[in-house]
Design a protein around this ligand. Structure first.
Ligand code: ADP
Ligand SMILES: O=P(O)(O)O[C@H]1O[C@H](CO)[C@@H](O[C@H]2O[C@H](CO)[C@@H](O)[C@H](O)[C@H]2O)[C@H](O)[C@H]1O
Length: 501
């Protein structure tokens, strides 16, 4: 039997490349990781084909949308050349076949193929550098790991693609690509290799195109230590709120202890991030300037204006309960605007540091007695340079406070077991839960931080800044829910009202 042509070689044929690219507008919107499902794709272009094995490659694909915008995605692709392999794959993964060349190979997502996964592991572990520009880096963890490792594709909900090696290492293959150093890689590498932070997964290694410090570096994947967990903190706190509503009584000790522990871990993360001076300019804390204060106030006010406009436009489509809350929020617009403006005229002495940037209960893994903070990618809608900006640490803290509010309200709103009467009866208890739990979280956070340079020195300034970020996040969430989960909308609306009171 003739040896099949290597996949990279096939892509040198313009007609092969364009038949593949032409198949993508139909394929991409069916994939969980494809972000812009609502936008019309004009054309796709295969920009890079990077060899992994003879049968598999990592592709960088540019997607041009009809509205003029573009996005870049990573597609790991394998070719299947025997009828046996083609039939087996198609049966097991019918939704992952991209192209069937008549009488020729099938092009499929490479992740389900063990040989591709094994090659990725070996490349990272051996810090491979290929003549096409792929560069791998191994962290302390992987340097002493076995030369080969069996792997599985875990069935978890993720916006990228995950591979678990040897039940020991968790590999995240980034799908949507942005130029520049991905903060997940940058911060996890720093926190575990340089700052000895014990509460994020340890850095294992990475694979990318170019050098990490290049402005156009493309990070394709990151390996970290696998954390054996009991789910994320969102699910965990949903269990606790369900118990609280079902059994009555006060907020239980387990809940308060866990909220305190999370406050402590959040503070430890910030204290480690604030020590970044030895890791270069991108991690060195810097004083918050008056210009920065003016800038973030202006950004928050702009967000308020835009979102209030959108909320007003969408009033007719809301349920009567949502509409009445939304009208109250709209009526407070000027008051909210004043609240945001107060920061612009209030000098404050604190350092900006690198932060998590997208901090909520869903970004924390729960173990029997502790928490692990994951997903340092930052706010997904921002560019990489924006995500890598230094910010006040209280922005993360505000994200978690908002998440506790979601936990209290979400349980009542989304669990079908509560009747409308029960929901109404529990509403005040829900507020009490939120207040006590967030106070426990904040007290532990501030106690652990002590006189950290990234916090305002006095309590009044701390509240002012924290309130600004809580309000900003709640406004952001109004937009997020309006566009993604309208049935959740009353949670951030009541969050905005809570800050205004
Ligand atoms: N190091 C890890 N160990 C174990 N599971 C992990 C690890 N990192 C991520 N996960 C799992 O993957 C899920 C998604 O992780 P996340 O970093 O948020 O990826 P994404 O940004 O792709 O959604 C988590 O909720 C968790 O279940
Ligand atoms: O995790 P992502 O970066 O995708 O963040 C987006 O989706 C989050 C929901 O998954 C959303 O978070 C909001 O809902 C959470 C409960 O599902 C809650 O814990 C958060 O506090 C709340 O903000 C997040 O805002 C959005 O950016």
């Amino acid at each position: 039997m003739q040896t099949p042509a290597p996949l990279t070689e096939r892509f040198t044929s313009p007609s092969f490349k364009s038949s593949f690219a032409n198949a993508l507008p139909g394929y991409l919107p069916t994939q969980r990781w494809f972000t812009s499902k609502g936008k019309k794709i004009d054309e796709c272009h295969v920009e890079r084909v990077l060899r992994v094995t003879d049968a598999a490659a990592l592709l960088v694909v540019r997607v041009d949308f009809a509205d003029g915008s573009t996005e870049m995605y990573q597609m790991p692709v394998a070719q299947l050349t025997t009828t046996h392999d083609q039939m087996q794959y198609t049966k097991a993964h019918p939704g992952l076949v991209m192209l069937q060349v008549p009488g020729g190979p099938f092009l499929v997502d490479a992740v389900p193929t063990a040989a591709f996964r094994a090659a990725i592991y070996e490349m990272i572990r051996s810090e491979a550098v290929t003549n096409q520009g792929l560069r791998c880096d191994a962290g302390k963890l992987l340097r002493t790991a076995p030369a080969t490792a069996p792997s599985v594709v875990p069935a978890i909900d993720t916006s990228n693609t995950a591979i678990v090696y040897n039940d020991q290492f968790f590999f995240k293959l980034f799908r949507k690509l942005d130029k520049g150093l991905n903060p997940d890689l940058e911060l996890v590498r720093y926190l575990s290799e340089r700052a000895d932070f014990q509460h994020c997964p340890p850095y294992g290694g990475s694979i990318g195109i170019g050098q990490m410090h290049d402005a156009d570096y493309l990070n394709l994947g990151m390996m970290s230590g696998k954390v054996d967990n009991d789910g994320d903190a969102w699910e965990y706190f949903q269990g606790l709120t369900e118990r609280y509503y079902t059994h009555g009584g006060t907020v239980d000790r387990e809940t308060l202890d866990r909220a305190e522990l999370l406050g402590k871990r959040t503070a430890e993360m910030h204290l480690k991030l604030a020590r970044g001076a030895d890791a270069g300019a991108m991690l060195t804390p810097e004083a918050m300037s008056p210009d920065y204060r003016t800038e973030i106030t202006a950004a928050a006010r702009k967000l308020l204006n835009r979102q209030m406009g959108e909320l007003a436009d969408k009033l007719p489509g809301l349920t009567p309960e949502q509409r009445s809350l939304a009208k109250k929020v709209l009526g407070l617009k000027d008051q909210l605007d004043d609240k945001l403006q107060r920061l612009a005229t209030k000098p404050m002495d604190l350092d900006l540091i690198r932060i998590h940037g997208d901090y909520h209960l869903g970004q924390v893994l729960v173990t029997a007695h502790d928490f692990y903070i994951i997903d340092f990618e930052g706010e997904p809608l921002l560019s990489i340079p924006e995500r890598r900006r230094k910010r006040p640490a209280l922005k993360d803290v505000a994200g978690m406070v908002r998440s506790f509010h979601y936990a209290a309200r979400g349980q009542l709103l989304l669990n079908p077991k509560y009747s409308d009467d029960q929901k109404a009866a529990h509403a005040a208890r829900g507020e009490r839960w939120f207040k006590e739990v967030s106070e426990a979280y904040l007290a532990a956070y501030f106690a652990e931080c002590g006189l950290a340079s990234f916090l305002p020195k006095n309590e009044e300034d701390r509240s002012l800044l924290l309130d600004l970020f809580i309000l900003e996040k709640a406004i952001y969430e109004v937009a997020y829910e309006l566009n993604s989960r309208p049935e959740w909308l009353s949670i951030p609306l009541s969050g905005v009202l809570g800050v205004a009171e």
